[in-house]
Ligand binder design. Structure first.
Ligand code: GTB
Length: 217
C-alpha cells in the first residue's frame, strides 16, 4: 500500500532538515519503505481537506490505505512497529526504546521549543533578552542529564532504535544555538545519527523540495 506523507511546500528553514517531516522520512528510509510526499502551503494546511487529516492544521501527516495519522511520535512509532529495523525484538529492550521516544518528545524537546519561541516569536518583547538565559539554562540542565546517561555509548540503549532517531531529531534543532557543542558526546551522538545512510537520504529528499534540485546520486 502506498504511503503518503505531507511536508511544507517551502520550509521556513530553506531545507536544513528541521521541519518534522524529516524524522518521518528518516524512519521510512531506515525500514526501507518507499513513500510519496504531498506538499502543502501554509494556507492549505489550515483548510478543511488538510484539517481532516491533521486537526491542528500542521505537517507532517501519514496516510496508508484507510489509515491517516498525525503527530510524528505516533507516526514514527507506527512505522517502527510495522517494519523491522527500528525497535528491538526483545520485549524489555523494545519498551526501553519506546521510553526514549517519549523522553525525546516529552522531556527534551519542550525546553528546546521554548528557545525557538523565546528567540523568534517573543524576540521583540522588552523582556525577551532577560528571559533568554533562563530558557537556555533549562536546556543545559536537560542536556547535562542526557549527556551523563549517554556517556561514551554510541546510542541510548544498545543498538540504534526509534528512540535514537527521535532524540537525534530533537537535538538537531539546537545546533545553530551553539548549546549542543557544549556537550561533546551529544554533538558526536547527533553526528552519528546524521551519518546514517537513511538520514542522508531523508535529508537530501527534503532539501530537494526546498531547493528545487533533485537529490544527488
Ligand atoms: N507535535 C507535532 C508533531 O510532532 O508532529 C508538531 C507538528 C509541527 O509543529 N508542525 C509544524 C507545522 O506544521 C512543522 S514542523 N507548522 C505550521 C503551523 O503550525 O502552522 C516545526 C518546524 C517548522 C519550521 C522549522 N524551521 O523552519 O526551522 C522547524 C520546525
Amino acid at each position: 500500500m502506498t504511503i503518503t506523507i505531507t511536508a511544507f511546500e517551502r520550509s521556513p528553514d530553506g531545507g536544513k532538515g528541521l521541519a518534522r517531516d524529516t524524522r518521518v522520512r528518516w524512519a521510512l528510509e531506515e525500514v526501507g519503505q518507499p513513500y510519496e510526499v504531498r506538499l502543502v502551503s501554509f494556507r492549505a494546511m489550515k483548510e478543511p481537506a488538510h484539517r481532516a487529516l491533521h486537526p491542528f492544521g500542521q505537517i507532517p501527516t501519514y496516510e496508508e490505505g484507510d489509515l491517516a495519522l498525525f503527530e510524528t511520535g505516533a507516526i514514527v512509532f507506527h512505522i517502527a512497529e510495522r517494519h523491522a529495523g527500528l525497535l528491538p525484538d526483545d520485549a524489555n529492550a523494545r519498551a526501553r526504546a519506546i521510553t526514549w521516544m517519549f523522553a525525546a518528545l516529552n522531556t527534551v524537546e519542550p525546553p528546546i521549543l521554548e528557545l525557538v519561541t523565546a528567540r523568534i516569536t517573543e524576540g521583540d518583547k522588552p523582556w525577551s533578552q532577560e528571559r533568554l538565559p533562563l530558557v537556555e539554562d533549562r536546556i543545559r540542565d536537560r542536556l547535562d542529564q542526557l549527556s551523563g546517561r549517554l556517556g561514551h555509548a554510541d546510542w541510548l540503549d544498545g543498538a540504534f532504535s526509534a528512540g535514537d532517531l527521535m532524540m537525534v531529531s530533537v537535538l538537531l534543532r539546537l545546533r545553530l544555538s551553539g548549546i549542543l557543542g557544549e556537550f561533546p558526546n551529544l554533538a558526536a551522538y547527533v553526528a552519528r545519527g546524521e551519518a546514517r545512510a537513511a538520514y542522508k537520504r531523508a535529508f537530501d529528499a527534503q532539501l530537494a523540495v526546498n531547493t528545487g534540485k533533485p537529490p544527488a546520486g
